[in-house]
Design a protein around this ligand. Structure first.
Ligand SMILES: CC(=O)SCCNC(=O)CCNC(=O)[C@H](O)C(C)(C)COP(=O)(O)OP(=O)(O)OC[C@H]1O[C@@H](n2cnc3c(N)ncnc32)[C@H](O)[C@@H]1OP(=O)(O)O
Length: 400
């Protein structure tokens, strides 16, 4: 029995919703000043609330974006955020109801994909989301981080004040990407939400032969103390995007040249970003974590599968199971030329969350088959699937 209703959030309920979410996510103290600064980045549009006895007890939002998929297309997608249930109403199906409503809303809007960053890995698999990109956290010891003589030099790096960063970065990000599978377009709401945070740190922009082509947003943590005056500062990279390797190298050179800094930490970097390889001592750059990045949901399996490109090779028939959106359940013939619904016998059987793990190329069919996440019905199908689905390493790089 449900004792709550789910409906779209009204404009006048935004502030109450923001504060409820803040408590669910353990944000530091939320006050009027925070709301003044950040409220504009928290629209009511596309947000569903769960209400019990007239009180807001749960929330799930999303924003329209586009997500780059293998082959280079940008596919309409819902960037899901602001999910929380009031602590005195958890484990009673509130999130389940919100997720169902939200996914049906995405389907109505014609968005074949939904994506999110998860607070915990146990939550979203049951709703059909799978880990589709991963990211690494780097820690670089500055005193040991001399660049190799043959590492790209790059052009000029300049620090820009927050007012200029707010103008320059949206256009620059748009120009640089989003091209790599997993990257998303950043709309005006995303920047409205992010700009106040730019003011808490610093932004540097790289200029190459064709103009601005890279940027880094970072903040510094001073770790000096009376007992450890030599501890220095740590620079923490928030956001670094570059159009080419020269710009990337120059931004890293800049970060590693800042005085009084003992280390640079960079969470959420692409798995293939070659920072260590640019250094004379690659061990000066440690990978201290590899985490899940984007969780992806194929809302419309036929449209999503048709939107990406495939490698060459013989077709494969997938039998997909989707209990939350049953209209997706069925068989799909996937080939380099087309994706079609089919009645042909299946080669591989898998759940829709596992399909999400393959979709951007992060996981291989054969690997997931060995883990029993994919049931193999035809012996050579994993190899055929690898040839079709394989692509470069995906990365999102946009927190939301
Ligand atoms: C995209 C983002 O915004 S990520 C942020 C997500 N929000 C948070 O982490 C804030 C703190 N947590 C919460 O607000 C809530 O606990 C939520 C949103 C994670 C879950 O909401 P609930 O209403 O409790 O979920 P609901 O009752 O629908 O649970 C559905 C199932 O998921 C399970 N589940 C839900 N949350 C968790 C969890 N954190 N860990 C493990 N299992 C969970 C439930 O046990 C239930 O399982 P069952 O179907 O086998 O019984």
């Amino acid at each position: 029995m449900t004792d709550f209703e789910v409906r779209p959030l009204a404009e006048g309920e935004r502030r109450e919703a923001f504060f409820m979410l803040g408590r669910a996510l353990h944000f530091p103290a939320l006050d009027d000043e925070t709301w003044e600064r950040r409220g504009a980045g928290f629209p009511a549009e596309r947000r569903f609330g769960a209400f019990a006895g007239g009180e807001l007890i749960g929330l799930a939002g999303s924003a329209a974006t586009e997500l780059a998929v293998p082959g280079g297309r940008a596919v309409p997608a819902a960037a899901v955020d602001g999910v929380g249930v009031r602590a005195d109403h958890t484990r009673r199906g509130v999130l389940t109801a919100l997720m169902g409503e939200q996914l049906r809303d995405c389907a109505r809007r014609g968005e074949p994909l939904a994506a999110l960053h998860a607070s915990e890995t146990a939550i979203y698999g049951r709703f059909g989301y799978g880990i589709a990109t991963r990211a690494k956290t780097l820690r670089i010891h500055r005193a040991r981080a001399a660049f190799r003589a043959d590492a790209p030099a790059g052009g000029r790096v300049r620090l820009v004040p927050p007012e200029e960063a707010e103008k320059v970065l949206p256009a620059l990000y748009h120009r640089i990407g989003p091209r790599r599978p997993g990257m998303i377009a950043r709309g005006a709401t995303w920047w409205r939400w992010t700009n106040p945070r730019l003011r808490e740190g610093m932004v540097a922009v790289h200029t190459g032969p064709d103009g601005d082509d890279g940027f880094v947003a970072y903040r510094s943590e001073n770790r000096q103390s009376f007992t450890e005056p030599e501890a220095g500062a740590a620079l923490v990279v928030r956001d670094l995007h570059a159009a080419n390797m020269a710009a990337r190298a120059a931004l890293w050179r800049f970060l590693l040249s800042v005085d009084l800094v003992a280390e640079v930490r960079a969470p959420n970097r692409p798995l293939d970003e070659p920072v260590g390889a640019m250094l004379a001592d690659p061990r000066a750059c440690e990978t201290i974590a590899v985490d899940d990045g984007l969780w992806l949901r194929l809302v419309d399996v036929q449209a999503a599968l048709s939107a990406r490109s495939y490698g060459t090779g013989a077709p494969v028939v997938l039998e997909v199971s989707d209990p939350v959106l049953p209209e997706n359940s069925g068989r799909y013939s996937v080939s380099a030329d087309a994706v079609t619904r089919t009645d042909a016998p299946a080669d591989l059987r898998l759940d829709v969350d596992v399909l999400a793990m393959l979709y951007l190329g992060d996981q291989r069919v054969s690997g997931l088959a060995e883990l029993n996440r994919i049931h193999v019905l035809t012996d050579d199908a994993p190899a055929r699937g690898d040839a079709l689905f394989g692509s470069g390493i995906p990365w999102c790089g946009t927190p939301f």
